[in-house]
Design a binder for this molecule. Structure first.
Ligand code: PMP
Length: 283
């Protein structure tokens, strides 16, 4: 495997960044995960739009122009022979003597890009049976709209889910509403067929998959309502599912030990999963 690290394509096994990289010391950086399908990047334009926004919120410079960045993403995918999988991009404020305040202007941001294959068969098998979710108290900072590499609460929540035999943890805020999963957006389908997901103005990362699924659902004549929902509403929902670039639409069949509907993936989630790539953009 090959990784891109600050201007070089190097063997993945020995690819490394400096010990004084601010990503390593302060989580002072952001990332993106983009799906690769048939060797092409899925919704790369939207992922790069979000990358630019995350970086500008943190006042980190784009490590290179968008066209050059696209070329690097494509090159890493090609050099690794990835047909179906993901490409990962991480940009940090760069390497500087450890000091919380920003380093001197002109310090170059660091850029790392890796790619890896997905086990498509395993993913599809999982989608046919659905996954379990647990709910955990929200304990992240309020700026979860920025896709930073500071993911410790997400790591702990995912581990807690794993130890409980679940695939994902949904954070629940102080008002008792689900915000999102540790690495996915959260959705339910109500008894009258409305597709419900939390508005992106607070408490969540504005998922690219979320945006495409909203467009797909509307195009398929389904009703999407952006509003917050509680775990209790989710337990009683007709369907539940999660979305992310790495898992696409993944049905949820159990939440906190409550079986959702008949315990099988719902028809809305199955249709949205099946039709997703009719509505995403490949490049
Ligand atoms: N929320 C969180 C916290 C995430 O980490 C992710 C995946 N990066 C998502 C939502 C889903 O975003 P996307 O659809 O852009 O992958």
């Amino acid at each position: 495997r090959i990784a891109y690290v600050n201007g070089r394509y190097v063997p993945h096994r020995t690819a490394s960044v400096h010990v004084e990289d601010r990503g390593y010391q302060f989580s002072d950086g952001v990332y993106e995960v983009c799906e690769v399908r048939g060797g092409h990047l899925v919704d790369a334009r939207r992922h790069l739009d979000r990358l630019e926004r995350s970086l500008s919120e943190l006042r980190i410079a784009m490590p290179m122009g968008r066209a050059a960045l696209m070329a690097v993403l494509r090159e890493v995918v090609a050099r690794n022979g990835v047909k179906n999988g993901i490409v990962y991009l991480q940009a940090t404020r760069g390497v500087a003597r450890r000091d919380h305040a920003f380093p001197a202007p002109g310090t170059a941001p660091s850029l790392v890009v890796t790619a890896r294959r997905a086990d498509m068969a395993a993913q599809e098998r999982l989608a046919t049976v659905g996954v379990h979710v647990i709910c955990v108290p929200e304990n992240r900072w309020p700026r979860v709209d920025i896709k930073t590499v500071g993911l410790l609460p997400n790591v702990l929540a995912k581990q807690q889910a794993k130890e409980a035999g679940a695939r994902e943890a949904w954070f629940v805020d102080a008002e008792g509403h689900v915000t999102e999963g540790s690495s996915t957006n959260a959705w339910i389908v109500t008894g009258d067929g409305q597709i419900v997901t939390r508005p992106a103005e607070s408490g969540i990362l504005k998922g690219i998959t979320r945006a495409v699924v909203m467009e797909a659902a509307k195009a398929l004549g389904l009703v999407v309502v952006e509003r917050a929902f509680t775990p209790q509403e989710a337990y009683a929902a007709r369907e539940a599912f999660i979305t992310a670039a790495s898992t696409l639409v993944m049905p949820v069949v159990e939440i906190d030990g409550h079986t959702i509907a008949n315990g099988q993936p719902g028809s809305v989630a199955r249709e949205l999963r099946q039709r997703f790539h009719d509505f995403s953009e490949v490049s």
